[in-house]
Design a protein around this ligand. Structure first.
Ligand code: TNX
Length: 536
């Protein structure tokens, strides 16, 4: 019997090592390389932080995380004579790492993170993910060597604050989530038919008039009843000081904020504030109260171009982003078809049609934005009538716009609706909250590869990134927004960061997602309970 038991014991030990139950140590996005070692490091209140530059924002981030969660932690400059019970944050050893890369080493004695800039910050995020959720006593961290760097340079998440307004505090929470999962571009959709959300000093009516509409009565959660309007004023906007605050908050977390001023369509709120921007300036307009595209778009007059240049000048002063999003989506061209002014302009400029006029519009804006040292980015409809020479394309109607743009050697960010629109439902059941666009499971998002294999390898480098979008027609509350975002955010992070060969849906959905949802739950955020199949 003794030998028999020994045999069972030995066999099961062998099986346990052969099939690692947790190959990624619960880290999302899965790192490039993990080498597990034996032993643990014990992190306590006595653990000190040493850094090349203690004032570096990544170092400050870790120090305040540890202080808030485990009590005060001493920070000092690197001291090579002290190697016990210390976390060392350094750029030494990071010289040859790719952009955003880091090396994390945990030994029983000390922890070292080597990385430059964002790389150091990402190493810190990985370290934080390895900490236990329980905040009691000493945290035991597994000894490990991790080498890691991102697959794609632009890892984006979008938020539509026009259809429904979200507070600065919520936007910061959103940015916190992005930072924890190594996303680095927050696309802030600030203007649309249903609301203008950014203060522009030169045009006060944009927010006085354009940020208010009648309240939409929609089900906050599981209610499925049609939209209704109750004449209660609804709206909101961000002051320029608040915008600066968010931009700094994001930059402290290595996140760039890409502002979007949508043009020439999706502009009903602006036209309601300044009717002279439309092709029929004597009419009166109302901020949009229904969803879908509106016909009253910017008219390509000198007044409009001056207005947009003035708006963009204030926008560029607030946002240091190299990329400035100018929309370009879903331009209903009827107003241009009917306008004598537009038809004359088409003839004068020898354009083919209204699509040519749209291309002229975007190219003129591009020249202005380029003259300030910035680059325009637009939705894939900016391909219509010819792409502006230096534009980056955000491919949403599918991948084909992005593929065409990459073949023309334009930078591309992939955000195809059927894989990355988090306003779509996460399950098939009619218990899912009211949403738009059909069913998009966690698994479908996870299995998306943003670099199309049909692209010639030499053109694949133009796919600079991937992004998920959250349009908020049917998302009126933070609670519902969190529900739509989580856990699909985790899948976005992994497709943007993890090498294809390291992706594994079963490990992701069955082992890691539940651990992260438990952290989300502890943080008091809402989420959808995930199943591996995504179907409930
Ligand atoms: C299309 S995506 C839009 C948005 C809507 C969204 C709803 C894009 C560039 N335009 O205006 O909110 O569909 O899913």
């Amino acid at each position: 019997i003794k030998y028999f038991l020994l045999l069972i014991f030995t066999t099961s030990t062998v099986i346990a090592t052969a099939q690692d139950a947790n190959p990624n140590l619960n880290i999302i996005p899965a790192p490039v390389s993990i080498k597990k070692a034996t032993g643990t490091f014990s992190l306590s209140m006595e653990t000190a932080i040493q850094a090349d530059t203690p004032s570096n924002k990544a170092v400050t981030f870790l120090a305040s995380y540890l202080t808030n969660n485990w009590g005060y932690h001493k920070i000092s400059t690197i001291d090579n004579s002290v190697n016990t019970n210390v976390v060392k944050l350094t750029s030494v050893g990071a010289e040859n790492l790719p952009e955003g890369g880091y090396h994390l080493s945990i030994t029983p004695d000390h922890i070292t993170i080597a990385g430059k800039g964002a790389g150091l910050f990402y190493g810190i995020q990985t370290l934080i993910q390895l900490m236990p959720t329980e905040r009691a006593g000493v945290a035991k961290l597994p000894c490990v060597e991790i080498d890691d760097y991102p697959r794609l340079g632009y890892r984006g998440l979008h938020l539509d604050v026009s259809r429904h307004f979200f507070s600065i505090d919520f936007v910061k929470k959103y940015i916190d989530l992005m930072a924890a999962y190594k996303l680095n571009n927050f696309h802030w959709h600030l203007t649309d038919d249903q609301g203008w959300r950014i203060e522009i000093k030169k045009y006060p009516r944009l927010t006085q008039v354009g940020s208010q509409r009648s309240r939409t009565m929609i089900g906050n959660y599981h209610d499925h009843f049609p939209l209704q309007y109750d004449n209660t004023p609804y709206g909101g906007f961000y002051t320029q000081d608040q915008i600066r605050e968010v931009v700094k908050y994001a930059a402290d977390r290595y996140i760039n904020v890409v502002p979007e001023i949508d043009m020439p369509g999706h502009s009903e709120a602006a036209v309601a504030a300044y009717p002279e921007l439309s092709c029929e300036p004597t009419r009166t307009y109302k901020v949009g109260e229904t969803w879908g595209g509106f016909p009253d778009i910017y008219c390509p007059t000198e007044y409009t171009f001056t207005f947009l240049e003035n708006v963009l000048t204030e926008v560029m002063a607030l946002f240091p982003s190299k990329l400035i999003h100018v929309g370009g989506d879903e331009v209903a061209k009827d107003a241009w078809r009917k306008s004598k002014f537009c038809q004359k302009l088409i003839k004068k400029l020898k354009l083919k049609n209204e699509e040519g006029l749209q291309s002229y519009f975007i190219q003129r804006i591009e020249k202005f934005v380029n003259s300030k040292g910035r680059t325009i980015i637009g939705w894939d409809e900016i391909l219509q009538g010819g792409l502006a020479p230096n534009a980056t394309v955000m491919s949403w109607t599918g991948e084909s716009g992005g593929i065409t743009a990459a073949q023309q050697h334009h930078n591309v960010i992939m955000t195809p609706g059927n894989y990355l629109y988090f306003d779509h439902a996460q399950g098939k059941s009619n218990l899912e909250p009211l949403s738009i666009g059909g069913y998009l499971s966690l698994q479908k998002t996870y299995n998306y590869n943003p670099v199309p294999v049909v692209l010639d390898p030499s053109d694949q480098k133009y796919i600079i990134g991937v992004q998920a979008n959250i349009w908020t027609e049917y998302i009126a509350t933070e609670y519902k927004l969190e529900y739509m975002l989580l856990p699909r955010l985790f899948a976005l992070a992994e497709i943007a960061w993890t090498p294809l060969a390291n992706k594994n849906y079963i490990d992701f959905a069955e082992t890691r997602v539940p651990v992260h949802l438990a952290k989300i739950d502890a943080a008091g955020l809402n989420y959808r309970v995930a199943t591996a199949s995504g179907v409930v």
